[in-house]
Design a protein around this ligand. Structure first.
Ligand code: SF4
Length: 248
């Protein structure tokens, strides 16, 4: 069985366009899994994991320990065949495995990729803390690794896993996406890129924000950084088109 996010009574499997990174603009089917091993303070999909009362900037009026989501309400336990059936209903062969942290369920995702078969293209959005198995790596076409910075409020020993970062830095299928909330975080990004010898052509910088105005305020200086360092710039296309609406 595979745990799929169910924020509004329906499993979050939908057809849209990839809004970020290397394949920005590409029509894609999104499969959002539940569960995450990190707790980023600005997470916008915390219904995939926040049933223990983690506080956020946007929940600052709440007391610690309040129950934000009921696990039973927001997780759909589905067979791999049921997930594959929902994926096949869309006229598209590009699948984005996202979360949460989908690598937690990589065994089930291997089954899903095998079931859908070689006509499909698979990419995965991951926080880069869990190393793929050989079986998983053989089936996936692209890793979108998004290392979490100090701004996420996760302890360094949880968010930075040196062996896993090195694995992805050496794997040509992996691109790295760093989300910046402000200019001062650049030093941390450059230090990670140097420390793990991530090729600059596989680095994407993206502004943090769930509203177009927030993105616009950051993009000018981020573009200049990309020009100087040989990185790619990526925006969040779905925010420009849909705002913070979900499942589109
Ligand atoms: S790693 Fe991703 S899903 Fe997990 S808490 Fe951070 S932003 Fe949310």
């Amino acid at each position: 069985m595979i745990k799929i996010a169910k924020p509004d009574q329906h499993p979050e499997i939908f057809y849209s366009i990839q809004g970020e990174g290397k394949n920005l603009g590409q029509p894609s089917i999104f499969v959002r899994t539940s569960l995450c091993n990190l707790h980023c303070r600005w997470c916008d999909t915390d219904y995939t994991w926040n049933w223990k009362g983690t506080r956020f900037t946007h929940d600052k009026d709440q007391e610690p320990g309040y129950k934000k989501f009921d696990k039973k309400e927001v997780i759909a336990e589905m067979s791999v065949a049921e997930v594959a059936e929902l994926v096949r209903q869309f006229p598209c062969k590009n699948v984005v495995l996202t979360g949460g942290e989908p690598m937690i369920q990589q065994e089930q995702l291997v089954e899903l990729m095998e079931m859908l078969g070689p006509d499909y293209w698979f990419e995965i959005e991951t926080n880069g803390t869990l190393r793929p198995t050989v079986e998983f790596d053989a089936l996936i076409h692209q890793y979108n690794v998004s290392p979490k910075l100090a701004n996420s409020n996760n302890p360094p020993q949880l968010r930075e896993r040196p062996k896993v970062y090195r694995y992805f830095a050496a794997n040509p299928k992996a691109v790295f996406k760093f989300v910046l909330t402000q200019r001062s975080e650049l030093e941390e990004v450059l230090s990670l890129v140097n420390k793990y010898e991530i090729p600059p052509e596989r680095v994407y910088l993206m502004p943090e924000g769930t509203a177009a105005a927030e993105l616009a305020a950051k993009q000018t200086w981020l573009v200049e950084v990309c020009k100087a360092e040989g990185f790619h710039f990526t925006s969040r296309l779905h925010v420009w088109i849909y705002g913070d609406k979900r499942g589109v």
